[in-house]
Design a protein around this ligand. Structure first.
Ligand code: NDP
Length: 483
């Protein structure tokens, strides 16, 4: 698969180019080389996408759930058949190792299409008896939905938003991050190959201003954003102007708590998955690793040993398991945080620098003796930087874990299950893990509390965020009136 797409946008069932839009170069993060170019959507392109989505939604909603579900499930099958090529493209788009993308991106997108395809036929209402009268409810689509994606999971985000939206009978205009514009076009192409009516799922490229034009358009009924908290606040406010529904999947600074009775190797494995997968560019990462002081040095020694096993290199080589930052800009941001960590006196256990090779590689970095007030313990870094903090008591660690504006995820490692449930119950987070970290099956709700977001993706919960309930009161007798 060559990285250069057939055209920049996918509108009304076909690829559309408009070279009047500002060129967006696509840079391969592993080499720094330009591998493709797309053009930002002009106002005419945005209008075409919105108009076709608006028009197509009526036809799509009038089909039965079984018919809609069949198309989504067919798209899931095509994605799985093409998993290898789609994974190679995802690696070009993001720089993530092929070893990861083969199992985490198109496969996760296919899971979402299959799961919501399976649900589509069972989205029914209720019958509520009221003596001889009754109420029935109808689960209706919201209408035209806008999806806006971050750059870390371009295929997965396009599907996690598109699949539930489409299952409910909505149409979508999706804008990928301008850093990773390639993969969503493949999702659109596959959906249409599977039989999706033209216009139901459209992709337009561009930066924040294209996103903003989509969010503020009066035809749009719902906005689902994956991005940072500052962008989320802006988009939420803009959507509120039009009283639009929102789902906000935003950032985090999640706690991962390792008690003194934990299985050390499993806890180290969880910390590695929660900090270094996708080179740390995962919103739900457990970047504040609280380790009980009695096991801290054993934990750090084992962690350093295992981190030394990371294989950096050409991400298209399946033996490589650690890739670059998505962009030069992100690399600079992360290196800036590493310098802050050093300056604030955190103890560097490993990494802590850019890797001397082409591309935007940063060595997996672990800081120990991190304290709650340090910048690296407070702000989302979105890179391979783990902060290990010490603690002594359960009460203390719960309070410190919750002392953040974020609330996306949280994890606990302990052999004491009573404590595990008690602690998880006290943590302010939406997506939690016991003796594990960062699993995201489509069957489980995913999303945050506090500044980390609003609404849930995946699972039956997502249906609630892409549909609304109409209730109908039916009187069987005469109407009584005062006069
Ligand atoms: P940004 O918040 O910078 O951007 C997210 C998307 O919003 C991009 O497509 C961006 O366009 C677009 N955008 C920016 N400004 C506006 C605006 N005013 N109106 C509408 N759209 C706008 O995030 P990043 O792409 O840098 O992704 C990293 C962040 O995403 C991290 O903070 C991370 O925590 C979060 N994230 C959250 C996840 C979750 O599920 N909770 C999952 C993955 C990431 P463009 O960038 O093209 O200008």
């Amino acid at each position: 698969m060559t990285p250069q797409p057939k055209a920049s946008h996918f509108i009304n069932g076909e690829y559309v180019e408009d070279t009047k839009g500002t060129p967006i170069p696509v840079i391969y993060a592993a080499t720094g080389e330009q591998i493709a170019v797309v053009h930002t959507a002009t106002p005419e392109i945005v209008e075409r996408a919105l108009a076709s989505a608006k028009e197509a939604q009526r036809t799509w909603a009038s089909m039965t759930g079984t018919e809609r579900g069949r198309i989504l499930r067919r798209a899931a099958d095509i994605m799985r058949e093409r998993n290898h090529d789609l994974s190679v493209l995802e690696t070009y788009d993001t720089g993530k190792p092929l070893q990861e993308t083969l199992v985490a991106d198109a496969t996760s997108g296919a899971d979402a299409l299959e799961y919501f395809g399976g649900l589509a036929a069972s989205l029914t209402g209720e019958h509520i008896p009221l003596g001889e009268d009754w109420v029935y409810t109808v689960r209706e689509p919201l209408g035209l939905c806008v999806g806006i994606g971050a750059w870390n999971y371009p295929t997965q985000i396009a599907c996690w938003k598109g699949a539930p939206a489409l299952a409910c009978g909505n149409s979508m205009v999706f804008k990928p991050s301008e850093t990773t514009p390639l993969c969503a076009l493949q999702v659109a192409e596959i959906l249409h190959e599977a039989g999706l009516p033209a216009g139901v799922y459209n992709v337009v490229q561009g930066m924040g201003e294209v996103g903003s034009a989509l969010v503020t358009d009066p035809r749009v009924n719902k906005v689902s954003l994956t991005g940072s908290v500052p962008t989320g606040k802006k988009v939420y406010a803009a959507a509120a102007e039009g009283m639009k529904h929102v789902t906000m999947e935003l950032g985090g600074k999640s706690p991962l708590i390792v008690f003194e009775d934990a299985d050390i190797d499993n806890a180290v494995g969880g910390a590695i998955n929660g900090n270094f997968y996708s080179s740390g560019q995962v919103c739900s990462n457990g970047t504040r690793v609280f380790v009980h002081k009695d096991i801290k040095e054993r934990f750090l020694a084992r962690l350093a040993e295992r981190v030394a096993g990371a294989v950096l290199g050409d991400p298209q080589d399946e033996a490589v398991n650690f890739g670059p930052m998505v962009s030069e800009r992100q690399m600079e941001i992360v290196l800036g945080y590493i310098e802050k960590g050093k300056a604030e006196g955190a103890r560097l256990i490993c990494g802590g620098e850019r890797v001397d090779r082409p591309g935007y590689f940063i060595a997996p970095t672990v800081f120990a003796d991190v304290t709650d007030d340090m910048v690296i313990a407070r702000e989302e870094i979105f890179g391979p930087v783990m902060s290990v903090l010490d603690f002594e008591t359960e009460e203390e660690v719960i309070e410190r874990a919750n002392a953040t504006e974020f609330g996306l995820s949280a994890g606990v490692f302990t052999r004491d299950f009573t404590r595990a449930h008690r602690v998880i119950g006290a943590l302010e987070a939406g997506s939690c893990f016991i003796n594990s970290y960062n699993d995201a099956p489509v069957e489980a709700p995913f999303g945050g509390v506090k500044a980390s977001g609003v609404g849930r993706e995946n699972s039956k919960e997502a249906i609630k965020h892409f549909s609304q309930v109409k209730s109908v009161y039916v009187r069987m007798g005469d109407v009584e009136a005062a006069f």
